[in-house]
Design a protein around this ligand. Structure first.
Ligand code: PXP
Length: 254
């Protein structure tokens, strides 16, 4: 299997590190007042102007932030690749097939959680995920699985034929000191193993200016997806400056 992407890469062992910006929380703020401001499409346009490499959006079952109509508007407004985060449900597969985003990142989803709290159990859900992965791929959508940095889950992703795995960096982001070093090593080891097996590794969740650099320095990673922190920083410095700063930190770590 060849996990190389369609985007430019320096080489397979140290690809260019792309920044996908998750704009969900622009929609969270919009929805708090029920109107149309701030518009996540405007955020997507700014990300494109300042050199972001992709837009990530999670269409949740309860539509708490991004809505169906936003997907169409984001796709119409920017030429950046859209990475649609989605639960592996029939409803979401149908929406993905209708919108045909560049990539679909399959995530676990529970209604009561505040955010995606853990990785997908790709091993335990093989039979459920296999037709989801193949239907998306048959439509030309690149499939990513959001998994913990765990060898069993990576093997399951390989068996499913996913082109990409996105490692959940939440454990790393929430740990300090020695624990953080252990979590970082898990991500680094699994990123190397992924590339060795022809699958493209990404990472994301809970990344900030303070913790992004050790992750960005992992040479095999091809993409980071970052949302909540960037939208939070945008309140103080603007989205443009926040994305630029994150990009600078990532480049400096590379
Ligand atoms: N990647 C995936 C698969 C996610 O589910 C999320 C959160 O929606 C992110 C990246 C971004 O995480 P954060 O908002 O904490 O930066």
């Amino acid at each position: 299997m060849n996990g190389a992407g369609t985007m430019p890469q320096q080489d397979l062992l140290r690809p260019i590190l792309r920044l996908g910006v998750n704009i969900d929380h622009v929609a969270t703020i919009r929805n708090a007042r029920g109107g149309d401001h701030p518009d996540p499409v405007r955020a997507a346009e700014i990300v494109a102007q300042v050199g972001g490499d992709g837009i990530t959006a999670h269409l949740r079952e309860d539509r708490r932030h991004i809505r169906d109509e936003d997907l169409r508007r984001i796709q119409a407004a920017t030429s950046l690749p859209l990475n649609l985060e989605m639960a592996p449900t029939e409803e979401m597969v149908r929406i993905a097939l209708a919108h045909r985003p560049h990539a679909a990142c399959i995530v676990p989803e529970r209604r009561e959680e505040r955010t995606t709290e853990g990785g997908l159990d790709a091993a335990g859900l093989h039979n459920h995920l296999a037709p989801v992965v193949s239907r998306l791929q048959e439509a030309g959508i690149r499939v990513s699985l959001f998994i913990a940095p765990d060898e069993r889950q990576l093997e399951a992703a390989l068996r499913l034929g996913a082109e990409v795995v996105e490692f959940h960096t939440g454990e790393y982001a929430h740990a300090d000191g020695e624990r953080r070093a252990v979590e970082l090593k898990r991500i680094a080891d699994l990123a190397a193993l992924a590339v060795k097996n022809g699958i493209e590794p990404h990472a994301g969740h809970g990344l900030t200016y303070e913790n992004v650099q050790p992750v960005a320095a992992i040479p095999q990673l091809a993409e980071l997806n970052i949302g909540h922190y960037l939208v939070g920083e945008a309140v103080f410095v603007g989205l443009e400056a926040a994305v630029r700063r994150m990009r600078e930190l990532m480049d400096a770590a590379r």
